[in-house]
Ligand binder design. Structure first.
Ligand SMILES: N[C@@H](CCC(=O)N[C@@H](CS)C(=O)NCC(=O)O)C(=O)O
Length: 235
């Protein structure tokens, strides 16, 4: 029989999540709150370059968040990349039903997460929020921002159309893909788009996600409730 992602399922002793407020790591933070398992949150601030400190580079030499430290009977290791961590957690806790793990619905989840992480994050939002990560020249950075704004708007139109009439992103049930969409919704607000009015289908799905206690806990813990226009601690 073909190998599957449940094969290495085992009892986890400890997990530690390195994350930064409102970064893509928020999706993993939400996922851990949804699962309701024990984990240790380790918050650092990317906007204060805490991810470049030697202590963190010893955990993740790429200097990016999220990083999930897993410690179990097989020892300690570090898993990075949002898509990989969310898929890993879903495989560890299949009974929670927080990510379809079979057939087309699984492929759809990967399709969403891969596209968000590449087209929308790295070649989209990142060119607006952190163009200095690509080029030093300030005139070039401004050109990158301009081009990025067009690309990001087009990707939000794409998301809005894909979510039209749907309960959730995949298979009409809440999944880690929706946790990840919460991150992108915030980034849309952060780069100055009128997301609420311009992308009503996206907003409808996110408003439902924001009503989930686990989503609110993660957002409150990161201190970013006001950025979504919601009050801390109120669900
Ligand atoms: N492909 C990575 C991207 C990780 C990433 O770029 N994270 C950002 C925060 S959203 C980061 O750590 N940025 C720090 C930096 O660029 O210095 C993933 O999916 O985890």
């Amino acid at each position: 029989m073909a190998a599957n992602i449940f094969e290495n399922r085992h009892v986890m002793a400890r997990m530690r999540l390195y994350h930064s407020p409102g970064a893509c790591s928020l999706a993993v933070h939400i996922a851990l709150e949804e699962i309701g398992c024990e984990y240790e949150p380790a918050m650092l601030r990317v906007n204060q370059q805490e991810n470049k400190r030697p202590e963190y580079l010893a955990v993740n030499p790429r200097g990016r968040v999220p990083a999930l430290v897993i410690e179990d009977d097989k020892g300690e290791r570090v898993l990075t990349e949002v898509l990989a961590i969310l898929t890993y957690l879903a495989g560890q806790f299949p009974e929670k039903g927080l990510l379809p793990l079979e057939g087309e619905a699984f492929a759809r989840s990967l399709e969403w997460m891969s596209w968000l992480g590449s087209a929308v994050h790295q070649t989209g939002a990142r060119t607006i929020i952190r163009p200095s990560g690509f080029v030093d020249d300030e005139a070039c950075q401004e050109k990158m921002r301009e081009a990025g704004r067009l690309r990001v708007r087009a990707s939000y139109e794409d998301m809005n159309a894909r979510l039209a009439g749907r309960q959730w992103a995949v298979a009409d049930q809440y999944s880690f893909v929706d946790s990840l969409l919460v991150v992108y919704y915030r980034w849309g607000l952060k780069v100055g788009m009128d997301v609420r009015n311009d992308f009503p289908e996206f907003t409808r799905v996110i408003d439902k996600a924001l009503a989930r206690p686990a989503v609110r806990r993660a957002i409150d813990q990161e201190g970013i409730a006001a950025e979504f226009g919601i009050e801390e601690g109120v669900t």
